[in-house]
Design a protein around this ligand. Structure first.
Ligand SMILES: Nc1ncnc2c1ncn2[C@@H]1O[C@H](COP(=O)(O)OP(=O)(O)OP(=O)(O)O)[C@@H](O)[C@H]1O
Length: 224
């Protein structure tokens, strides 16, 4: 479970999240909100990429401020732009990078990389330079690079924004099939219609929170 207790976050002296308290227990949770409402800030708080100015965030009882490293191992984070995430020249090396950093045994790394290449349809790109892939392929690689680490929660920041229809569908299906808890920041309403919970932010505050059938119309009404 991910829990936020009275979380306020400010950049400099400008607060962008105000006293948020949330228990994220459902399996698939979406964060909706207009531009600048604080969605990415909230997402980054969930895996300790940033820590709150006031209040606390915990993941399975681990505090992001105190146990940042352990939290980041539990909570995978997929950035909107895969270029931020891809670090290694070839697809295969990129997938192995995070596993090597965790000092897993060599044969375990090879096994996990081979399985990920297969599962995410990347096998034929194995030896290709990652920077030569298309935007959609890179997004899949970035997602695979996070999932290969087998996190117990996965946070996605606008995963379908840069994708064409085909890759968008692929990513939606992939997210749908994940066994982990997923938290998705998105503007893509189709993606979240079967989610368990939708949290709507406006001006750094929660203005709607419930199943998609309730929260999405509330969001659309507020934006319109
Ligand atoms: N690193 C930063 N330094 C200063 N201000 C920031 C920083 N990151 C975000 N902000 C500001 O905080 C506010 C909330 O930003 P955030 O990225 O969390 O919103 P968002 O809801 O994800 O927006 P969008 O839908 O446009 O991506 C914005 O006004 C933004 O300009």
């Amino acid at each position: 479970m991910i829990e936020l207790r009275s979380v306020t976050h400010a950049y400099g002296d400008r607060p962008v999240l105000h006293d948020l308290s949330l228990r994220l227990e459902e399996r698939r949770i979406a964060i909706l909100g207009g531009n600048g409402s604080g969605k990415s800030t909230l997402a980054r708080l969930l895996n300790g990429l940033i820590v709150p100015t006031a209040g606390s965030v915990s993941v399975d009882g681990l505090d992001t401020r105190r146990d940042g490293r352990a939290v980041r191992q539990r909570v995978g984070f997929v950035f909107q732009n895969p270029d931020t995430q891809i670090v290694y020249p070839t697809v295969e090396e990129d997938l192995a990078f995070g596993l090597k950093a965790r000092r897993l045994p060599r044969d375990e790394i090879a096994r996990r990389v081979a399985a990920a290449l297969e599962r995410y349809g990347l096998a034929r790109y194995r030896h290709q330079p990652a920077h030569q892939m298309s935007g959609g392929e890179k997004q899949l690689l970035a997602i695979a690079g996070v999932l290969v680490l087998e996190p117990s929660h996965v946070v996605f920041d606008e995963p379908t924004t840069l994708l064409d229809l085909r890759n968008r569908r692929k990513v939606i299906q992939l997210v749908r099939d994940l066994p982990q808890r997923v938290v998705v920041v998105t503007h893509d309403l189709d993606m979240i219609m079967d989610f368990d919970r939708v949290v709507v932010l406006e001006g750094g505050r929660v203005v709607a929170d419930g199943p998609p059938a309730e929260a999405v119309p509330a969001y659309v009404e507020r934006l319109g």
